[in-house]
Design a protein around this ligand. Structure first.
Ligand SMILES: [Zn+2]
Length: 1266
């Protein structure tokens, strides 16, 4: 999304580095008196100083008026006193009146000179900026072909490629003033240019020809061969870019004497840079917008006028913004230019420029200005950028074209401005460009060349600029793995800077992930949008939950779309929060979102700013030509590798856009489901490759699915802040992932001998992919129930059927006969209506009272402990009035907590399941005429195997009370939450994040605490006091709040912009209350979160023959021992194995790994403590290696093959404190054909009672197993 442009506030500007310029300034005081003199004679042309400093006045060359200070007398500066005071006139005889300066009038007067439009345009500079303009057919002829618009939902079909367009086009004449549409349609123009050489024969014409084309929307210029040359942005505003400079070869008679005609093509898109909003910027799209072809002209600009325009713009900016004597001097010079200017007289333009040099110095017309000498070192490092949202107010399909338009523009600009360096992130965007423009000599070829020249730098290292609040740990790993590997493969580079200027908050796990991905630098600016607290640092060490740190810089100009104004440079100093450590900063300039990046005029303005710094001083010196990497390397060096910088520990919580944890519930659910599905696909597919050498690992499909998951995690998609078309696309991606994932699972299952179809010899079994034992009541679908032996399925009175399933670690276990299952049931569950409307569910461990649909008591029988607050109603729905200040889909504001709210207390409760395995109540609530909620509250029987305490260090696990919810939601600006008032007191609550836990306050002591009134969680949030706690689990939600002892899970919002239909319709989700004994670290909440999101699967397996044993052995062939706080999160095949490389559709290279089959294991310490863990496998390991996220081998580890049990083990130590180098990860090679790679993470913990974070980090320590 795009940031607002705030107005510049002029701030006091007294820093040590400026003082040196004051000294310099005193030498220029006489210059300012010359300015005055020029005014005194301004009845005609004003005088000006030549480059050599000599005073020159064409109208008064004989005897220029005497400057005031020529009658020198004594002054405090010690100048000589002239005693002949009688020479001084008794009153002024000057031909023009002299009067006190009226500052505001003088300043306001400056604007008209360069104002485009307005009543005085014809008297000022804009009237002289073009020497020639024509739309006559003898110079330019227009034809058009309108691509058939096939409508929303078929985005790419409506946007034919150049080749398709040329094949299908049926051209007709077009004319200026014609209107084109509807919204999102595409129109191809064929433009014939003629007689260009004749235009330039005009003696006044600069040898510079442009085509100006403005169809109000976005466009791109193509050669007849299909090479995109440049993007166009029509309409008004600072993003406007309608000029295409015709290459000299097209009109120069010397280069093509016979050429009289040139054909070019323009692809015109009927959408603006920000889509087609029907009202203000974030309004939903207007589907029926038409655009006018306003301009299609051949133009000869007057380049001297343009250069004067840029000169004057900077000087006038300085007059307005610098203050001090330098500001006065700028005002004087600008006023002198006004006095020198003569309407319609071209010869005055160069004279005006000469005046401008008094303030700018010479050399501003070229890059050599950056070699100029000035006082002090450069403080501001400029880098061109074009932040292109991968989807936002336009669909993904339009982004593909925005990228090509913007980058082709920059590749061209780089050729004309040698100091220009441009950077762009997101491997996905490069991949799209490759797909769309990779013909020989095409745009992708030019991009590669420009990258190799060093002028265009990929940055960021991730697949997209993703949200970092909600993606799972593994998803973030894949963002880096896909991103860095793409950049390496395509361009031979790895990014060093993690670049996320616009993402809505930064997870405390990012520093560790960055370091594991080869990056130690991080860039953002988004926290400048905080609406409660101002963030305290500009350059600092950002320390993650494990102690890893990255060098973070947040540009003090507080934008990634800087316009290269004088104000941007001033803000780079005034808003720098810790100049004391190092005052340098990045200036990220250029129009984003398809605006094409920097305009030529930005580069021209920066040259002039540098000229001001070196001539007058005051303005910080800007440096160009360096990369972002170089800026960070310099900063690192100057701060003694960050040692002199302050630290910020933990998440970079963004104090805005808190509604994005909840908006667009279906996209969030699609994300969670996809993440868990891919986890299982990779688990089974990896093992299947070991089980059957003929089975091909579906690497290409897995990659494509991960690419889609990562794409949908873009920072306006997963957060829910885009238009409806984007979420339709995201739903289609998630549906595709689901279908392909299920197919991949089915094919892996087939290889492993498991089936989803019953047969005589393949009885029912349960399958688990989590590395710990679990025992659960599992509902059996009717189709399966009818196919299996009745002796294994329990049927309750309601007709619903269940089995009790136990699995050990990852693996498979058959469904036993009911008598055997029965033995595992410790206590059955019952339900009864004890009074009208009051129900009690009881399994002997928990006794739950439900009154009027709310849980008024959740009682731990053995502990004699009530969980629900006295008179509290847990599971109660509350609907808040939800009207943020502006950003509708993005924001929920703090005042929603004190504003109007409605509790859904009217409901009907009925018993739907009566036990003995599961007891359930159905609670039906009406929200409004069109909206309702049906909640099924269930408690299961107590199962002996469900207790995690068996051979673990966890407290005894308790049953959970689960809520299965169906909602029909047709509301407006309402926020649905479910609340849980508890009888638990603690000043912090715990929230799961990627591979760890964040602790956040439950109080509003300070404004920093209050700002976190709505926060993000993953699979669970927890409130615990000494000895007892309550976790709230969820299957697809991310928003949460704990205020005092009340926990609230955020369920649904109903914003109306930019998607008018956001979240309308039917939703289905689950959550659960899980009470636990002991503190959070003593409870198996992390495991419960996995189980809740990854239900046991029922499959038919060959349990009767020896195949079952081998299958069973294989599925539980990798496990961990000795540390319950370590989670085996991911099992996948290694990227570089030859068979995997081939399966991905690539040719293996000499360095692409091994013929062995390797398996990557990703483990993390989940609670934040020192730990030793043993990774054990029955696979024949030949080698174990530490690897990072990119699967680079770091260290070969020792491993021990035990003779007795034929297992291999590697022991790993998770010590506290961040070791160097950053974070270790591991890799195993296995004998013969199996290799295992292990990635270890450690998680952390947050703050407790204000004490600093304790950090820990994985470090491998191989303990030989005796
Ligand atoms: Zn953005």
């Amino acid at each position: 999304m795009r940031e607002p442009r705030d107005s510049f506030l002029s701030l006091p500007f007294t820093r040590p580095w400026e003082k040196t310029n004051y000294g310099k300034a005193s030498r220029d005081v006489t210059g300012s008196s010359i300015v005055k003199e020029a005014h005194d004679c301004s009845g005609a042309r004003a005088g000006y100083r030549t480059a050599a400093g000599r005073l020159h006045n064409p109208n008064h060359s004989k005897s220029p008026p005497r400057p005031f200070n020529q009658s020198s007398k004594v002054n405090m500066g010690g100048e000589r006193f002239n005693p002949s005071s009688s020479a001084y006139p008794t009153h002024s005889f000057a031909p023009n009146p002299s009067f006190p300066k009226i500052h505001n009038l003088d300043i306001d007067h400056l604007r008209a000179f360069t104002a485009n439009g307005g009543q005085f345009e014809d008297c000022n500079l804009p009237a002289m900026m073009y020497d020639f303009r024509s739309d006559e057919e003898k110079y330019i002829e227009l034809e058009v072909w309108s691509a058939p618009f096939v409508g929303v939902g078929r985005e790419r079909e409506s946007r034919p490629s150049f080749d398709e367009a040329m094949k299908r086009a049926e051209w007709r004449k077009a004319r200026k003033g014609e209107r084109f549409g509807p919204s999102w349609s595409t129109h191809w123009f064929r433009i014939t240019l003629r007689n260009l050489d004749q235009i330039l024969r005009h003696p006044a014409a600069d040898q510079h020809l442009e085509l100006h084309f403005d169809c109000e929307g976005e466009g791109a210029v193509f050669t007849p061969e299909g090479l995109m040359l440049q993007g166009l942005t029509g309409g008004g505003g600072g993003d406007r870019r309608v000029e295409f400079i015709l290459p000299e070869a097209w009109w120069s008679s010397s280069s093509s004497p016979t050429s009289t005609e040139r054909i070019i093509y323009i692809e015109a898109a009927m959408n603006g840079m920000f889509g087609v909003p029907c009202g203000d910027q974030i309004s939903p799209p207007d589907p029926n917008r038409y655009f006018e072809l306003r301009t299609a002209d051949i133009v000869v600009p007057n380049m001297t006028a343009w250069r004067l325009f840029w000169d004057y713009t900077i000087i006038a900016d300085c007059a307005r913004e610098l203050g001090g004597w330098e500001g006065e001097k700028a005002l004087g010079v600008a006023t002198k230019i006004l006095g020198t200017f003569r309407r319609g007289k071209k010869e005055c333009l160069e004279e005006c420029r000469e005046v401008a040099r008094e303030f700018l110095g010479g050399g501003v017309d070229g890059a050599e200005v950056y070699r100029g000498e000035g006082k002090g070192e450069p403080l501001v490092f400029g880098i061109g950028h074009c932040h292109i949202d991968t989807a936002w107010l336009w669909p993904f399909a339009e982004t593909r074209r925005k990228i090509a338009r913007s980058w082709s523009t920059q590749i061209d600009l780089i050729k004309r401005y040698p100091e220009h360096r441009f950077t762009a992130s997101s491997a996905q965007q490069y991949a799209w460009l490759k797909e769309d423009h990779s013909s020989p000599g095409g745009l992708y070829h030019h991009l590669r060349e420009t990258i190799h020249s060093g002028a265009f730098t990929p940055i960021g290292g991730t697949w997209v600029e993703c949200d970092t609040n909600m993606p799972s740990g593994e998803s973030l790993c894949r963002q880096f793995l896909l991103g860095q590997r793409f950049f390496e493969k395509e361009f031979g580079i790895r990014c060093k800077v993690f670049w996320l200027p616009d993402t809505f908050g930064y997870s405390s796990q990012l520093p560790q992930l960055c370091r594991l991905s080869g990056m130690k630098y991080f860039f953002t600016q988004k926290l400048s949008w905080n609406n409660i607290n101002k963030f305290v640092y500009t350059s600092f060490n950002w320390v993650g939950i494990d102690g890893s740190q990255v060098l973070c810089h947040m540009t003090p100009s507080e934008t990634y779309n800087a316009q290269a104004h004088v104000g941007d440079l001033i803000r780079s100093v005034t808003q720098h929060k810790n100049k004391g450590e190092d005052p340098s900063s990045l200036l990220v300039f250029g129009n984003g979102d398809g605006g094409g990046g920097p305009l030529a005029q930005m580069l021209e303005k920066l040259r002039r700013c540098r000229g001001v710094s070196d001539t007058v001083g005051r303005l910080p010196r800007v440096s160009m030509g360096g990369s972002v990497d170089q800026f960070y390397e310099r900063l690192e060096k100057r701060t003694e590798e960050g040692k002199t910088l302050p630290n910020w520990v933990g998440e970079l919580y963004f104090e805005l856009h808190r509604g994005t944890y909840t908006s667009q519930a279906k996209t969030k659910k699609g994300n969670r489901l996809s993440e868990f599905l891919l986890r299982d696909v990779e688990f089974f597919a990896s093992l299947a490759t070991i089980y059957d050498s003929k089975y091909e690992y579906p690497k290409k499909e897995i990659d494509e699915c991960w690419q889609m998951i990562c794409l949908c995690q873009f920072h306006d998609v997963l957060p829910g802040s885009a238009i409806e078309m984007v979420f339709d696309d995201a739903a289609a991606f998630h549906a595709q992932i689901w279908d392909r994932g299920q197919r991949m699972l089915a094919s892996a299952f087939k290889v492993l001998g498991m089936s989803s179809h019953p047969s005589k010899h393949t009885p029912l079994a349960g399958v688990s992919t989590v590395a710990w034992p679990r025992t659960e009541v599992v509902e059996v679908e009717e189709e399966i129930a009818t196919s299996v032996d009745k002796s294994v399925v329990f049927e309750q009175q309601s007709g619903k059927k269940y089995v009790v399933l136990s699995t050990e670690s990852t693996g498979v276990s058959k469904v036993e006969k009911k008598e055997v299952q029965q033995k595992g049931i410790t206590k059955e569950v019952t339900v009864e209506e004890v009074e009208k409307g009051i129900f009690v569910l009881n399994n002997g461990v928990l006794r739950v009272k439900v009154e009027n649909g709310h849980v008024t008591s959740l009682y731990d029988v053995e502990m004699d402990r009530e969980v629900v607050a006295k008179d509290g109603k847990a599971g109660r729905y509350v609907i808040y009035d939800d009207q943020p200040l502006y950003w509708d889909a993005w924001d929920v504001e703090v005042y929603h907590l004190t504003g109007p709210r409605t509790y859904l207390d009217e409901c009907k409760t009925t018993i739907v399941e009566e036990g003995p395995l599961r007891a359930s109540l159905l609670v039906e609530s009406k929200i409004s005429e069109h909206s309702w909620i049906k909640t099924t509250i269930s408690l299961d029987a107590v199962l002996s195997g469900a207790d995690y305490t068996h051979k673990t260090t966890f407290e005894k696990a308790l049953p959970m009370l689960s809520f299965d919810v169906e909602v029909e939601w047709q509301e407006s600006r309402s926020f649905l939450k479910v609340e849980f008032p508890t009888d638990i007191l603690c000043d912090t609550a715990s929230y799961e994040t990627q591979f760890g836990i964040n602790k956040r306050p439950t109080h509003f002591n300070t404004s920093w605490d209050a700002a976190k009134f709505e926060v993000v969680c993953h699979k669970w949030a927890d409130l615990s006091e000494h000895g007892y706690g309550l976790s709230i689990l969820n299957d697809s939600k991310y928003g949460f709040a704990t205020h005092g002892s009340t926990m609230r899970l955020s369920l649904l919002r109903s914003p109306k912009a930019p998607d008018a239909h956001a979240d309308m319709g039917r939703h289905h989700f689950r959550y659960a209350m899980l009470p636990h004994r002991g503190s959070i670290s003593q409870a198996a909440v992390v495991r419960a979160g996995y189980n809740f999101n990854n239900p046991l699967r029922l499959r038919y397996v060959p349990v009767q023959d020896e195949k079952f044993d081998s299958l069973k052995d294989l599925l539980k062939s990798i496990w961990i021992e000795g540390a319950d706080n370590v989670v085996l999160d991911t099992i996948k095949r290694a990227e570089d194995d030859t068979d995997v490389v081939v399966a991905a559709g690539h040719r293996p290279t000499s360095c692409s790994g091994t013929k062995n089959k390797s398996i990557v294991l990703r483990l993390y310490e989940a609670y934040g403590g020192k730990t030793k863990v043993k990774v054990v496998t029955t696979l024949p390991v030949v080698k174990a290696t530490e690897v990072n996220l990119l699967e680079d081998e770091i260290t070969v580890l020792d491993h021990k093959r035990a003779r007795m049990d034929h297992v291999t083990s590697v022991a790993v130590d998770f010590p506290m404190g961040a070791p160097e180098p950053p974070c270790p990860t591991f890799r195993f090679f296995a004998s013969g054909f199996v290799m295992i790679l292990i990635t270890f993470f450690c998680a952390i913990f947050g703050f407790r009672n204000g004490h600093p974070l304790r950090c820990l980090k994985a470090k491998p320590d191989i303990t030989k197993r005796e």
